[in-house]
Design a binder for this molecule. Structure first.
Ligand SMILES: NC(=O)C1=CN([C@@H]2O[C@H](COP(=O)(O)OP(=O)(O)OC[C@H]3O[C@@H](n4cnc5c(N)ncnc54)[C@H](O)[C@@H]3O)[C@@H](O)[C@H]2O)C=CC1
Ligand SMILES: O=C(O)C1=N[C@H](C(=O)O)C[C@H](O)C1
Length: 249
């Protein structure tokens, strides 16, 4: 398969290596230095674009792929307020798009079990729930896309929570403690070199339940993105990675 990389930072470089190992060809690399020169015909050399750039640039990059009718796999986070518009644009152009806040198999298993656990915990309302995410200090967005997906899974399943609220913390002092009872707290910590750690905590007076995923490196994210590109090839429509993994509702 011919792959274009949109974003050539920490993730783009690992995706390139995994794609080459899996016998794909990288036909185009786009980053902030050449982005302005990229025209639709450049993208159309590729069977699929894999987009891991920045929260600010993702939307424009996605829209160019849709306009050029080139399938796009999106790992970039921080653009999710525009998902409904993008879904409509994909339908209007008969394009192909797959996105995920997290492409790793382990996190997608975690997402599934998190939803089951949230429903179960309705029976035990004396547990208070919160989410914690820890990432490296270069991360531009907070909370992480993965934490948002986890929070949405809890809010859909657990009657006590209606919305999430994000707080950046240094790990000891919560900077903003105005979280309401019906809000799910997402604490974000930024610590040097952490690839991504997500914990769901249910706490009562007598005990705590902690459900945690720790990425040891970025290889799982990158492999998942290449597998998603292979899965999307030849399809049209708007997908999430859940459609590929198919763990069930
Ligand atoms: N869905 C998933 O599984 C994962 C998602 N991510 C997300 O992917 C994104 C990228 O992460 P990293 O590679 O760690 O970031 P990074 O900061 O290492 O790389 C970003 C790259 O984007 C490039 N860039 C800047 N403006 C651009 C533009 N207009 N068009 C194309 N490229 C542009 C930069 O030159 C840089 O090479 C982030 O949003 C991150 O949250 C990261 C890991 C896993
Ligand atoms: O920026 C990162 O590094 C990561 N971003 C994604 C997110 O926002 O959830 C996925 C992963 O946690 C790493």
């Amino acid at each position: 398969m011919k792959i274009a990389l949109s974003g050539y930072g920490k993730m783009g470089k690992i995706i390139e290596k995994i794609a080459l190992d899996r016998k794909h060809e990288i036909v185009l690399i786009i980053d902030q230095h050449n982005r302005a020169e990229i025209i639709d015909e450049d993208l159309q050399q590729a069977d699929v674009v894999i987009e891991f750039s920045t929260p600010e640039s993702a939307l424009e990059n996605i829209r160019q792929c849709i306009k050029a009718v080139v399938p796009v796999v999106i790992g970039t986070t921080g653009w999710y307020d525009h998902i409904d518009e993008i879904k409509q644009e994909v339908a209007d152009s008969d394009g192909a798009l797959l996105y995920a806040s997290n492409f790793s198999v382990g996190v997608n298993v975690f997402f599934h079990v998190n939803k089951v656990l949230a429903k179960l915990m309705n029976n035990y309302p004396y547990y208070e729930v919160q989410v914690e995410e820890i990432h490296h200090t270069q991360k531009l967005d907070a909370p992480s896309g993965t934490a948002i997906t986890i929070a949405e899974g809890i809010i859909n399943g657990l009657d006590a929570k209606q919305e999430w609220k994000n707080v950046l913390t240094d790990g000891t002092t919560v900077v903003d403690d105005t979280v309401k009872n019906n809000q799910l707290l997402i604490e974000s910590l930024r610590i040097e070199n952490v690839p991504g750690t997500h914990t769901v905590m249910y706490d009562s007076e007598v005990d705590s339940i902690e459900f945690k995923h720790t990425a040891h490196n970025r290889n799982g994210f990158a492999l998942g993105a290449v597998l998603a590109a292979e899965w999307l090839h030849g399809k049209t429509g708007f997908y999430t990675v859940q459609d590929m993994f198919n763990f069930g509702a």
